[in-house]
Each structure stands twice: as C-alpha cells, then as structure tokens.
Design a protein around this ligand. Structure first.
Ligand code: GDP
Ligand code: ZN
Length: 446
C-alpha cells in the first residue's frame, strides 16, 4: 500500500431510502472506527453503534463494519457504516468522519485503490462500473463475469503465449550464427498461428461483450417514407418518432433504448438517406452517415419495389457492420411474412404498420446483440476491442516479417508491441491519463 490518506464517501444512491451506506478507506480507519464505536471494533463483525458528533450528540444509529487490510475491497483498512438512508444524516456522518481525519473520495477512488493494491486488474475494475450501470439482465450477467476475471484470465493466457513465443524468437536472435535455423523451426510458426487464432476468437468474444455491455447499436436507414419511424415505434412500443406521409419528416436522429427479453438495444432512426438541396435535410443526412459509422447493425428499411435499388445504401459500410434488410409494407402487397439469410445480410419481410413479421426481426436483433451467446459471455469495452485489434495487427506483421525476411529482431519487436497493447487491457501497461479517464467516470463512493 502506497497511499497515505484516508478517503470517505456516501456509497448508496442519493435520495431517501431505508438504508444509507458510507464507506471509508485508508490508514486512519481503525482510529475513526474506535472513536465512533467507543472501543476497538472486531474485524468483519456487525457492531450496532451510536454515531455521535464531537459534542457527543447523536447523529444516527446503525451498523459499523470494519475490514482490516488487506482483506477488504480496496486492500486498505475499510470501514462501512450503515445508517438511515437520509441525505441529511449521511451528510452529517460524512462531515464527522472528515473531522476525524478522512477526506472526500473522488469518483471511482475506492476501486482505483483496489486496482493499485492489486485486488483487481483494470478490466475487472471497469466491469465494476459496467455492472452498476448495466441496462439489461444479459449485460449485468456479462459484467459480473468480467468482474470475476473471466475476460482477464483469457487476456493473461494470451499474454503468456505471446511471451513464450517472444522468448523463443529472442533466443534465436541471441545466437546469430544459428538464427536462420532457429527461425525456420516449424514450432515457431505453429505457435504464432495458434496465437493468432486464439486472438481472433478473443476479439470476437470481446466484440460481443461490448454489445452486451453498451447494447446493440442499430442504425435504421432507408429512403424517406420507407417506414423507418413506424418501425422504431413498433419496436419501442410507443409513438416517439413522428410518423407522417410527408417524405423527409425525420430530420434529426431519434434514439430509443429498449430491452428485448433482457437484451439492450439502442435504435437510431436516421433521416432518409437521399440527395437533397434542403440544408436542414442535408444536415439530417449527414447525421445519418455519422450514425452508421458507429453502428453495430445497419437496418435498411425498404419495400419490394425499391429493394434492389436501395441496397446501394449498404454498399459502403465497413465489413464489421451487420446488415439487416427489412422488406416493409407487405400488407400492401398481400405478401406473407418470412425471412432469409443471404450472403452478407439477413432479409425479413414484414409490416411495420400491422406488426406482421416483426417477431422474426426482433429475434434476429436479439441474436446479433448476443442473446444465447452462452454461459461464458463476458462484458468488454470498446477500448479493449481496439487494443485487441492492435495486437492482431502486430501479430500479422510479425507473421509477415518471419515469412518474408526471417528478421528475428523485427518479429520480436512486433511481439513486444503486441504484448504492450494486450497489457493495456488489464492495466499492466497503462498511462496515468488513461487511468484517470477510466476511474473518473465512476460514481463517487465506488
Ligand atoms: P419514414 O420516413 O421512413 O420514417 O416513414 P414513416 O414511418 O414516417 O412512414 C411513412 C408512411 O408509410 C406513413 O404513412 C406510414 O403509416 C406508412 N407505413 C409505414 N410502414 C407501413 C407498412 O408496413 N404498411 C403500410 N401500409 N404503410 C406503412
Ligand atoms: Zn421517419
């Protein structure tokens, strides 16, 4: 433990509640606990205590729990006080603890100390915040798994394999006269290919983890009047988006968070994507493109007549964006609801107006969002995916270098950089700026 000051914060949510919780962590905890209790507290024992101010006046009665270092959340001495859930009482208690030698904690500072004391790694610490913020059951379950280290253990295993390979290659460099032979060793190539496969698998799992965590981002696109707003309303079960038969009504991007059987979705209804001279509408189209750039799924709304032509709207999307095509207004065609998997997209025939066929669409959205992704699914953040993509890039380069030039030093350097990118996930190699950015997004008291 390197920290020397003691921090305190109200850990429960603001507002009136049955119980309010105050947390204190740091070296002054035993002394503070002794003053509040009137004697030395027993570790991990629920004491019923009268919390009094400096004049001996009663502030509140409640439970006092003492967790001596290192067996605590932060790894420091921790004190938890449970009083009545009143903002006024908790404030008074917090002030009292301030007088006794604690300062107010910054957002996420308890978890930051837990990280600095090795109680959890960075990915686990982020999962704590994600668990608290989870918007769906699936998201909460996934965050819990990451908090328990499911993701981190996979990253660590990959890290070990990377280090083993690097040691292997660096051994070859250390014996230059034999380098050619060493690097030609099929074991090195095998190791590297296995590593790339492992990484690709982890990258897929992490991408799914981001969707479970943030919710699937779906951008609804299509020409004006295709039925985008009607679809959004049908899926969200409300009349949020303005539905009219004047083409181009939806000029801004409307966003709707919804949960399909415990899976979080974020739907964005974009303006119709069409060439226009109207500046307001043009702004809408610009935003629609921005929405597509950050989407997991592009949901094209069209109809039987326009489908072939409208497919062009999906043409320039990055390969990572999933494509769903909704052939809408089948009620007008007297066509029946159905769906089909095509090369790079799923097609659903439905009616946003009558609701016929939308269940199939919901089902596909749920699958894309990570439903049924199994017991092992864990949460992840975009920064983790970016780090894994960096690692993949370095492994690709190492592979290329080994094949093309047999330059052991260059390959080893790529592996070293890959190792560093991987270390950013769990916090082995992390700048103070990144740590600051991560922990400051926590709530106070966590
Ligand atoms: P947007 O411009 O793409 O958002 O389209 P809207 O959702 O505003 O719909 C345009 C018009 O098409 C409205 O009059 C809707 O009622 C109508 N519409 C949307 N979906 C359907 C459908 O499945 N069947 C029928 N018959 N009309 C629809
Ligand atoms: Zn609309």
């Amino acid at each position: 433990m390197t920290t020397t000051d003691t921090i305190a914060a109200i850990a429960s949510a603001p507002g009136a509640a049955g119980v309010g919780v105050l947390r204190v962590s740091g070296p002054a905890v035993p002394a503070i606990a002794e003053v509040l209790l009137g004697r030395a507290p027993q570790p991990r024992h629920a004491h019923f205590a009268a919390f009094r101010d400096g004049d001996g006046e009663l502030i509140d009665r409640g439970l006092l729990l003492y967790f001596p270092a290192p067996a605590s959340y932060t790894g420091e001495h921790v004190l938890e006080l449970q009083g009545h859930g009143s903002a006024v009482l908790l404030d008074a208690l917090l002030r009292r603890i301030g007088v006794l030698g604690a300062r107010l904690a910054r957002p996420g500072e308890f978890t930051e100390r837990a990280f600095l004391n090795g109680k959890l790694d960075l990915a686990q610490a982020e999962a704590v915040a994600d668990l608290i913020a989870a918007r769906s059951h699936a998201g909460a379950r996934a965050a819990l798994r990451s908090m328990e280290g499911v993701f981190s253990r996979k990253v660590d295993a990959l890290q070990d394999a990377l280090i083993a390979l690097r040691v292997h290659i660096e051994a070859a460099i250390d014996f230059p006269e034999e380098e050619i032979d060493f690097l030609a060793d099929p074991l090195i190539n095998e190791q590297l290919q296995r590593l790339r496969e492992q990484l690709a698998e982890l990258l897929r799992e992490a991408q799914r983890g981001v969707r479970l965590n943030d919710g699937l981002r779906v951008a609804i696109i299509g020409r004006p009047n295709a039925g985008k707003s009607s679809l959004l309303n049908a899926l969200a079960g409300s009349d949020r988006a303005i539905v009219t038969d004047i083409a181009g009504t939806t000029r801004d991007v409307l966003r709707e968070q919804l949960s399909l059987d415990g899976i979080a979705l974020e739907l964005a209804d974009t303006a119709g994507l069409r060439e226009t001279d109207d500046p307001v509408e043009r702004e809408g189209v610009r935003r629609a493109h921005g929405e597509l750039a950050r989407a997991d799924v592009a949901l094209l709304v069209t109809d039987a007549q326009q489908a072939e032509h409208d497919l062009a709207l999906l043409a320039d999307l990055p390969a990572s964006v999933e494509r769903l095509v909704l052939i809408n207004k089948i009620d007008l065609e007297h066509a029946s609801a159905r769906y089909e998997s095509r090369d790079d997209s799923i097609w659903v025939w439905a009616s946003a107006k009558t609701g016929v066929g939308l269940d199939a669409l919901r089902e596909h959205l749920k699958q894309l969002a990570g439903a049924g992704s199994g017991e092992g699914a864990f949460s992840a953040r975009r920064r983790h995916v970016l780090a894994l993509e960096q690692v993949a890039l370095h492994l690709d380069r190492a592979d290329h270098v080994l094949r093309a030039t047999r330059a052991g030093e260059l390959a080893a350097e790529e592996l070293r950089q890959g190792q560093q990118a991987l270390g950013e996930i769990t916090g082995n190699y992390t700048s103070d700026d990144l740590l600051g950015a991560i922990f400051s997004s926590f709530c106070i008291g966590k």
